[in-house]
Design a protein around this ligand. Structure first.
Ligand SMILES: *[C@@H]1O[C@H](CO)[C@@H](O)[C@H](O)[C@H]1NC(C)=O
Ligand SMILES: *[C@@H]1O[C@H](CO)[C@@H](O)[C@H](O)[C@H]1NC(C)=O
Ligand SMILES: *[C@@H]1O[C@H](CO)[C@@H](O)[C@H](O)[C@H]1NC(C)=O
Length: 438
């Protein structure tokens, strides 16, 4: 009772003053933090918004699931009285695991160029570009808490650690977007950093809406994860180990750091219950970090190494042999007239694609809503693309394939919990209740 009243009073003070932190230390212990996420219709990036700087300004960021840092363009329009570069050897630099310390000597110093600062290597997965001189910095952040059901008080993080980059790295981001929100497994990425600030577990869930007009959600912290009408998704997850790729992937393979991205152990693929012939060596991660399967919001559609792509496309078309193919629409290769394919509660009625995980009984089953893409009003295509003969990672599960599925990344226990399509449970990722409790 006492703590309930305490929370109410606290919430009231927060609303009044918009300041929920005293002495830099939050006194309110949220269960979690929410980021509302909207899919950008032209780039298909998943975009969220935070408030940063002093005074606070809204900053739009594209979600980068395996990204190692929150980076923003601070070459243009970065104005803040609380920006501070991290000093070489400071705790902030240690958490960020910088690659270099340097004296950047622009006079006067500016965000991104300061004396005795540390720098890391942020990447933009949408244009396959990295930059090795991103200044590690701290500034104020404000972000909304949640109890897993509704939004709660807005909380301030006075010393949030992020990376300040020049404008060129922000090329290719959705309109108005100034950076990326990295949700990787390393220490400065949002899940671990906010877990440390607020004292919740290093776990988070991502639930992306397939619609470009209704918001999905990222919930940092442990469950519950409740979608309307009052369905606790955290109760019905299937688990598979998250694998660590000891070699950096993404675009920073040379830093001698394990990858911050999320890999799972796909052992085989079945379509309509039949095995797809795949070179199993490609499914394992080799000692140089090549091969394996990762999940990335840096790609709108699943990307497969050429031989896997060909085998999956062929097996899919064979399983759907009663429906003739139509000329393909790039970037896809296997397309059908939408009139010839029925519909189900989980999307177009097509053969299911099973990613077989640690045993034959642990499956990630992909149904029509996640396998097929409506490319125009008459044509739907199998939503996978050819990744070339020798990509670093053999299978990259992209955004379309995880929409309306809730995925929980549990970093300390190194496991992924996944819900399969929420459409079966009569809900979607657009059903988080963003109305605050009165
Ligand atoms: C930066 O310059 C200061 C003063 O000259 C020096 O003490 C320090 O070692 C330099 N730092 C780096 C990283 O070179
Ligand atoms: C996958 O296919 C293989 C061979 O066709 C079969 O033995 C196995 O039971 C299938 N597994 C599932 C989960 O469908
Ligand atoms: C959403 O949350 C608000 C605040 O708790 C509540 O009043 C409302 O009934 C909820 N909406 C639904 C559809 O559950």
């Amino acid at each position: 009772m006492a703590s309930y009243h305490g929370n109410l009073l606290y919430y009231f003070l927060c609303l009044l003053f918009f300041v929920c932190v005293s002495n830099g230390q939050s006194s309110f212990k949220p269960k979690g933090i929410i980021l509302p996420v909207i899919k950008d219709s032209s780039t298909l990036q998943y975009v969220t918004q935070i408030n940063q700087r002093t005074p606070f300004v809204p900053v739009k960021l594209s979600i980068h699931l395996g990204g190692q840092t929150l980076w923003v363009d601070c070459e243009q329009g970065y104005v803040s009285s609380t920006y501070r570069s991290a000093i070489c050897g400071s705790p902030e630099c240690k958490i960020a695991k910088p690659n270099i310390c340097e004296n950047c000597t622009d006079n006067p110093p500016r965000p991104g160029c300061n004396l005795n600062a540390c720098f890391n290597t942020p990447e933009n997965p949408f244009i396959n570009t990295l930059y090795s001189g991103g200044e590690i910095a701290v500034d104020a952040l404000s972000i909304q808490s949640t109890d897993g059901v509704n939004p709660g008080p807005v909380l301030k993080v006075p010393n949030f650690i992020f990376t300040c980059v020049p404008s060129f790295l922000a090329e290719g981001l959705a309109s108005g977007v100034k950076g990326t929100a990295g949700l990787g497994r390393n220490d400065i990425a949002l899940p671990s950093q906010l877990a440390r600030v607020f004292g919740f577990p290093r776990k988070f869930a991502i639930c992306l809406s397939s619609s470009t007009s209704s918001r999905g959600v990222v919930i940092l912290g442990d469950g519950p994860y409740i979608m309307m009408p009052n369905i606790d998704i955290s109760k019905n997850l299937i688990y598979t180990p998250l694998l660590i790729n000891k070699v950096g992937t993404g675009y920073v393979p040379y830093l001698n750091e394990p990858s911050s991205e999320y890999f799972i152990g796909v052992k085989a693929i079945n379509i309509s219950g039949k095995a797809v012939p795949i070179n199993k060596k490609l499914l394992a991660i080799d000692k140089n970090g090549f091969g394996g399967t990762k999940i990335s919001t840096g790609k709108p559609y699943t990307v497969m190494q050429t031989s896997i792509y060909n085998a999956v496309s062929k097996a899919f078309a064979e399983a759907l042999a009663n429906v003739p193919k139509v000329p393909p629409v790039a970037p896809f290769g296997t397309c059908y007239s939408s009139k010839r394919i029925g519909s189900t509660v989980v999307g177009p009625a097509v053969p299911s694609i099973d990613l077989i995980l640690q045993t034959q009984r642990v499956l990630w089953r992909i149904f029509g809503a996640n396998s097929m893409v409506q490319v125009n009003k008459d044509v739907i295509c199998l939503g996978i693309v050819d990744g070339g003969a020798s990509p670093m990672t053999s299978i990259v599960i992209g955004g379309h394939q995880i929409e309306d599925n809730l995925l929980q990344f549990d970093i300390p226990n190194s496991r992924l919990g996944f819900s399969s399509s929420l459409l079966f449970s009569q809900t979607t990722c657009a059903n988080f209740n963003f109305t605050s409790r009165a």
